[in-house]
Design a protein around this ligand. Structure first.
Ligand code: GLN
Length: 279
């Protein structure tokens, strides 16, 4: 590439879109420029200098090799946040916002509640619930210290102070505590699912994607332990795979939860199953 020529945004994007999805090209380009993606609407005649154009080309080449855009730019939008993400954390997905909405619609407003997010990763669910329920206290756990460091950084950056982070597996860090609502997006992909070998999933932490086997072992632990960690009337909400709704409802009912139901994501696939504890 000629290192002295300035490059116009529209020409760069046109070329890039032949190699990657338009959304990806726009996210990488505006990352290089330090602008929000909305800036592009009015600035397609803007110019990049040679070093910006070279940085863009490097990121584009890595994207073409499969690296997730969220890891290349170090962040992903979720709820009202721009969350830092690293290869130590799952990349937050829009379907998990469905779980957040379902949780919020079951929490009485303006009441101090106790909430837990188990396997918080980048902190997505915990930050969303803590920010929407400022009087409540959220406990966010993860087995990965590296993931918790990312989640803590996200809470600090967003000035969300009503979260406590604890390291450990599932209910382990909760000790004897009980909660009004426990949410989790656990690993749920079956160990032999070919999707693990495709797309962004190849680059994400495997322990956040799959517990191995039939994909349900983490959900079995979460269902079985719920009665010991929910307050009377408290809710358990679990994200799961589109073909796991029947199995997860059965696990929640077997654990003794009531009002068990499955909610669908925006693409009308089973995605979140919930139930409550009535001793
Ligand atoms: N929803 C993710 C996917 O199917 C998986 C996340 C998870 O296992 N919790 O790509």
């Amino acid at each position: 590439m000629d290192t002295t020529t300035r490059r116009r945004v529209d020409a760069l994007l046109r070329n890039a879109c032949a190699r990657v999805a338009r959304e990806d090209a726009e996210l990488l380009l505006t990352f290089v420029l330090g602008k929000p993606r909305s800036w592009l609407f009015a600035h397609d005649d803007a110019e990049l200098d040679a070093s910006q154009a070279a940085r863009f080309e490097t990121l584009l080449a890595r994207r073409v090799q499969g690296e997730p855009v969220a890891y290349l730019v170090g962040s992903r939008g979720f709820w009202t946040f721009d969350l830092a993400v690293t290869p130590d954390t799952l990349i937050p997905r829009p379907e998990t916002e469905r779980l957040v909405e379902a949780a919020l619609s079951r929490l009485p407003a303006d009441t101090p509640l106790r909430i837990a997010d188990l396997g918080t990763g980048s902190g997505a669910i915990a930050l969303a619930l803590a920010s929407e329920c400022p009087q409540s206290m959220v406990v966010a756990t993860d087995a990965s210290e590296a993931a918790l460091a990312v989640a803590r950084g996200n809470a600090d950056a967003a000035r969300v102070a009503n979260i406590r982070f604890r390291v450990g597996d599932w209910y382990g860090p909760l000790r004897e505590d009980r909660f009004d609502l426990i949410a989790s997006n656990p690993p749920y992909i079956a160990g032999d699912d070919e999707h693990l070998q495709r797309g962004d999933l190849r680059f994400e932490p495997v322990q956040a994607l799959t517990p191995g086997g039939d994909g349900l072992s983490a959900i079995r632990v979460l269902a079985a332990g719920a009665p010991r960690h929910l307050l009377p009337g408290g809710w358990l909400l679990l994200e799961h795979g589109h073909d796991q709704g029947d199995a997860v409802r059965t696990l929640l009912v077997s654990a003794g939860l009531v009002d068990v139901a499955t909610l669908q994501d925006l693409e009308h696939r089973d995605r979140v199953t919930l139930g409550r504890w009535r001793p």
